[in-house]
Write a protein of this length. Structure first.
Length: 109
């Protein structure tokens, strides 16, 4: 995967966590699958606004959607959640490369 594409995918995952309403939605989904109408009742937002938030959550892979008739049901994806946690750990794990001299000549001369 190209670095640009990798970073795009990673940013999509973290974007899901960067909004107060989306965090509230994730908390609601912790107790199990919820219909969009139940989620909508919790907020003072329009249906298109909820759809926007749900699209971001689904695109991140953290939430999955299931259609039943005219309603959509949402739940947390165990695989997506594991992937997000793994990515956070990978990006915040410090590794020291003795051969890395990218600071050579920086401010020290």
């Amino acid at each position: 995967m190209l670095v640009e594409n990798k970073h795009f995918v990673h940013a999509r995952i973290f974007k899901a966590f960067c909004d107060e309403k989306r965090l509230t939605i994730l908390e609601m989904l912790q107790s199990g699958e919820k219909c969009a109408c139940v989620l909508l009742e919790r907020f003072d937002i329009s249906q298109p606004t909820l759809s926007h938030h749900m699209k971001i959550l689904v695109d991140s892979g953290i939430v999955v959607a299931r259609k039943e008739g005219k309603w959509t049901y949402y739940s947390i994806s165990a695989e997506g959640s594991d992937n997000a946690g793994r990515l956070l750990r990978e990006l915040t794990t410090v590794t020291i490369d003795e051969k890395d001299n990218s600071n050579a000549g920086c401010c020290n001369e």
